[in-house]
Design a protein around this ligand. Sequence first.
Ligand code: GLC
Ligand code: GLC
Length: 628
Amino acid sequence: MSARACLSDDDVFALRRARGAPDLWPPLERLYGTHPSWAAFKPALEAAMEQAHAARSAPLRALDLARDLNPGWFQEPRQVGYVFYVDRFAGNLRGVLDHLDYLKDLGVTYVHFMPCLKPREGANDGGYAVQDYGAIDPRLGTMDDFADVATALRDAGIGVCLDMVLNHTAREHVWAAAARAGDTAAQAMYHVFDDDTLPRQYEETLVEVFPDDAPGSFTFDPAMGKWVWTTFHHFQWDLNWSNPMVFLEIFRIMTALMNRGAEILRLDAVAFMWKQMGTVCQNLPPVHDILQALRAATRVVAPGTMLKAEAIVAPDELVHYLGTGTHSGRVSNLAYHNNLMVQFWSSLATRDTGLMRHVLSTHFPDHFPNATWGTYLRCHDDIGWAITDEDANAVGLDAFRHRQFLADFYEGVFPGSFATGGLFQVNPATGDKRNNGTLASLSGLERALEAGDAGAIDDAIARIVMGHALIAAFGGIPLIYMGDELGLLNNHHDHLLPDGSTDSRRMQRPDMDWNKAHNRKDPATIEGRIFTAIARIMARRAALRRLHGRHPTQILDAPGRAVFAFRRAAPGEPVLCLFNFSEQAQGVSTDWLASEGVTAWHDLLADRALSPRDGTIPLPAYGALWIG
Ligand code: GLC
Ligand code: GLC
C-alpha cells in the first residue's frame, strides 16, 4: 500500500485481505491441505475474492465500510427480522414493495425471503432443492427484479436475507446433470459410490431426517449407474465438502448473491456438511472449519453482510455454531436458537420452567463475541423435540416420555391441551414424533375460536404476545414468522405436492391474509390486538440500548416454577425480564428483584411505573415484564 492520505477501494480490500488471512487459511489448510488440488485451489480462491470485490457496486461498498466501522450493527436492538414466502406474502418479488408500510408498522429491519432461487420442477422441498443459484424462481421474478427490490428495501432501512442451500443441490443442477452424464470431476462434487457397500456401512450410524417420506440417506441413480448421498429427499444430492472445488464454487455463488444485494445468507442444513464413517455425520468438527473459512472469505469481499447458520440440533451441538474454542467469534454471525424455541413450548405445556432454566443456563455462555442468536417461536419447519436424556434427568423427567407428551400436547390429543397441531415424520423405529402447526393454533387460538370461549381467546393471545416479549428481550435478532403477528391459524388444506407426495409442514405455511392485515390497528379484532402488541414490543426493544446483543443474558432462578427470568446485564443498567408461563397470576417479591440487582420499579416494556403491593410485583397470567 502506498503512503497516501486517501485510500482507494483496492487499498481497503488489501487491508481486509490481510486482516482476514489468519482466520481464512488455517481452517482451509486443515480441510484441504492434503488434497491433490490444494496448490491450485489457493490462487483460485484469491482470484475469486478479487473478482467478487471488483464486481461489488459502489453503494454496497459504502455499506461495507459503514458496517466494518460498526461491527456490532447486527446486534443493535432495533434489528427485527420478518420471514416469509414471497408468493404467499406478495405474489412475486416486486409485489413486496407494495407492503413497505406493513413492514414499517411492524418495525422490521430485515426480511428473509424463503427459498426463491430457481428450484427443480415438481417436488422441491419448499424450494430447498435448487437447480440454478444464479436465477430467481421465474414464478417470482428475475435476478434483476431481486436486485431492484433489495436496493429499494435497503433504501427503506431493510436488509434482505436469502437461503443459501449449500449442503445439497437439486438433482437437476448442472453439476449433477454432468455427473449423471458420466463426468468424473462433476461426480467428485457429490458423494458418489459405485455400489451400495459403503452406503450400507454409513447407514449403520446415520439418523433419518425424513424417515416417513424419504427413508434412507442414499439413492441409486440409474443414469449414472451409481449411488449418491441424499440426506433429505432423493432429488437433493449432498455436496462433497471434502472437495475444495465445492468450497470454491459455493464461495462464488455466495458472493454473487451478495453482490446482487443479499445482506444476509441463511446457510441451510449446515450440520450435515461433513461425513465420517462410524458417526451420525452431523455437527462434525470440520463443519466449523468450513463455516469459519466461509465467514472469513466473505468478510474480505463483503463485510457488510452476515451469515446465519441453520443447525437445528441439541444444546451441546448448537453452541458451536456461534463459535467456541479456536472458532470463537469466527463462525457465524447468527444461529437459530432452536433450544429457546423448544423450551418455550415445553414450559407452556407444563407451566413449569424448570427444564428451560436448566437447559439455557447449563449449555450456553451468557454471550458470544461477534455473534448472536436468531430468536424465534415458529418457522416453516416442524418442531423437533431436541431434549436430551441428561437434561431431562437433571430435572427429574424421563426424556422420551416428556418428548412424547409434548408431541401429544401439540398434536392436540393430550387431555386438556389448548393446542391444535399435527404430527410430522413419526419414526416407528424410535417412536420419535415431531410437530406441525402455526404459532396461533399451537398457542390455543384455533381451539378457543371453535369453542367461542372468550377467556381461552385471551389466554391464547397472551401466550403469543408473551412469546414475542421473550424473543425480543433474550438477546439476538427476533424473527417474526409471517402471519404470527396476525394470529393466522393452521393451513389444513393444500399439503399435496406436484409429484403426488405431501408435505404436512405446509400446515404452518398459510397464505398471508391481507384482510386481517388491514385490521392490524383495530383493537376490536383479534389480529389488531396481536399485531399492535407485537409492534409495540419491537418498538420498545428498539428504544432500549440496554437490550443490545452484546450484553450478557443471565438465566435466573426466579421464585415460582411458572416464572422464567433472566437479566440482560448492561453495565450499570441491568434489565430483569420475567415471563409467566401459566394462566395463574404470579407475584415476584421486590426483595428477590433487589437481590438480583434491580431497584427501580419501572416496567420498560409497558413503559410505566410498577407499584409493588406488600413487597410483591404482580405478574398477570402469561404476562411479561422488563424491569429496570
Ligand atoms: C432446512 C430447511 C428445511 C429443508 C431442509 C433441507 O432444514 O429449513 O425446510 O427441508 O433444510 O434442505
Ligand atoms: C430437522 C433437521 C433439519 C431439517 C428439518 C426438516 O429439524 O435438523 O435440518 O431440515 O428437520 O423439517
